[in-house]
Design a protein around this ligand. Structure first.
Ligand code: ADP
Length: 282
C-alpha cells in the first residue's frame, strides 16, 4: 500500500506564436486543460504500475476540482483523502507555450490547505501504508509533520524535494529516502544511505555501504521529459513497497521514466505495468 500526500493541479495550456506584449491581446492557436501536480503525477504513476494507492490532498470547490478528482479516480487511485475546500480554487498552472519559451504562473489554491490538521484526519490511511510519498508543493510544515509521524510509527517515507526548498535537519534525518534531481541536490545534506539522485539521461546515483553506485538510464528517444522525475518516484515507491532491493527498484524507476519521456505530457506519458514489463523484456 502506498499513500501519496501532495499537490493536484490543472494545467491551463495556451499555445501561441508569440507571447503578448504589455496591454496586448493575441489570438492563440490552441488550448488544453491537463491534470498535473507533482503529487497527483506520482500517485498516477504508482497506480498505473499496479500499486494500491491512496491520495491525500485537496481540490477547490470549482469545476476544476471535479475534473481533477475524476482523473485520480479514473487512474484507480483511492480519493477518500481528498476533500474540496469551500471558497477556494483548485491548484492552477496557467501556461503560455510559444515557439521560443514557456511562461508559467502557478497558483496553489487548495494545495495550500493541505495542512497538518487536515492530514491528521487521515492518519488511519497513513498507518496502513508501506510507503508514504511526499513532494514540496504543499506546506513545508505538513511535510515535516508527516515525516515525523511516519518516523515515530515505523512507516517508510520517500521525500522528493521538488520544487527546490531548504529542508530542516529533522526532515532530512527522518525521511527514509530523499530523491532530488541534479539541481535539487544542493542543500540536501542527508546521509548518503538515504540519498537517491536522479541524473536525467545519466540515470540515478545512490550509495551502498558508503560507496557511490550508478544505475544507468535506458537509452531512448526523449520527446518530453516533463514528469520524468514524478514517474521515477512513483515507480520507485512501487518497487520498494514490493520489498525489492534498492537497486532493483531504481532500475524499475528508470524503465518507467524512460517510457514516460518518449511521450508528450506528464501524465499521458506514464506507462502501465504491462508496458514496463514488456520494455524490460525487450
Ligand atoms: P526531473 O524530471 O525531476 O528533473 P530527471 O531529469 O533527473 O528528473 O529524470 C528522472 C529520471 O527519468 C532519470 O533518473 C531517468 O531514469 C529518467 N530520464 C530522464 N531523462 C531521460 C532521458 N533523456 N532518457 C532516458 N531516461 C531519462
Amino acid at each position: 500500500k502506498i499513500t501519496v500526500i501532495g499537490s493536484v493541479n490543472l494545467d491551463m495550456v495556451t499555445s501561441t506564436e508569440r507571447v503578448p506584449n504589455q496591454g496586448e491581446t493575441l489570438t492563440g492557436q490552441s488550448f488544453e486543460m491537463i491534470p498535473g501536480g507533482k503529487g497527483a503525477n506520482q500517485a498516477v504513476a504508482a497506480a498505473r504500475l499496479g500499486a494500491d494507492v491512496h491520495f491525500i490532498g485537496r481540490v477547490g470547490d470549482d469545476p476544476f476540482g471535479e475534473i481533477l478528482l475524476k482523473n485520480l479516480t479514473e487512474n484507480g487511485i483511492h480519493v477518500d483523502g481528498v476533500e474540496p475546500v469551500t471558497g477556494e480554487h483548485s491548484g492552477i498552472a496557467t501556461i503560455i507555450v510559444s515557439d521560443r519559451d514557456n511562461r508559467i504562473i502557478y497558483t496553489p489554491g487548495a494545495n495550500n490547505l493541505v495542512t497538518p490538521e487536515y492530514v491528521e484526519h487521515f492518519l488511519p490511511i497513513i498507518d496502513q501504508s508501506d510507503y508514504v510519498v511526499l513532494q514540496l508543493e504543499i506546506p513545508m510544515e505538513t511535510v515535516e509533520y508527516v515525516t515525523g509521524y511516519c518516523y515515530e510509527n515505523g512507516i517508510k517515507v520517500i521525500l522528493n524535494p521538488a520544487p527546490i526548498q531548504p529542508l530542516s535537519e529533522t526532515v532530512q534525518k527522518q525521511a527514509t529516502y530523499i530523491t532530488p534531481n541534479e539541481s535539487e541536490v544542493v542543500g540536501v545534506n542527508a546521509s548518503t544511505e538515504q540519498l537517491i539522485v536522479t541524473l536525467g539521461k545519466d540515470g540515478v546515483k545512490y550509495y551502498q555501504d558508503g560507496e557511490e553506485r550508478i544505475v544507468p538510464a535506458y537509452t531512448v528517444e526523449a520527446v518530453d521529459t516533463t514528469g520524468a522525475g514524478d514517474t521515477f518516484n512513483g515507480a520507485l515507491a512501487v518497487g520498494l513497497a514490493k520489498g525489492w532491493s534498492l537497486e532493483k527498484a531504481i532500475k524499475y524507476g528508470n524503465a518507467a521514466a524512460a517510457l514516460s519521456v518518449q511521450k508528450f505530457g506528464a501524465q499521458d506519458g506514464i506507462p502501465t505495468v504491462a508496458e514496463v514489463e514488456q520494455f524490460l523484456q525487450a
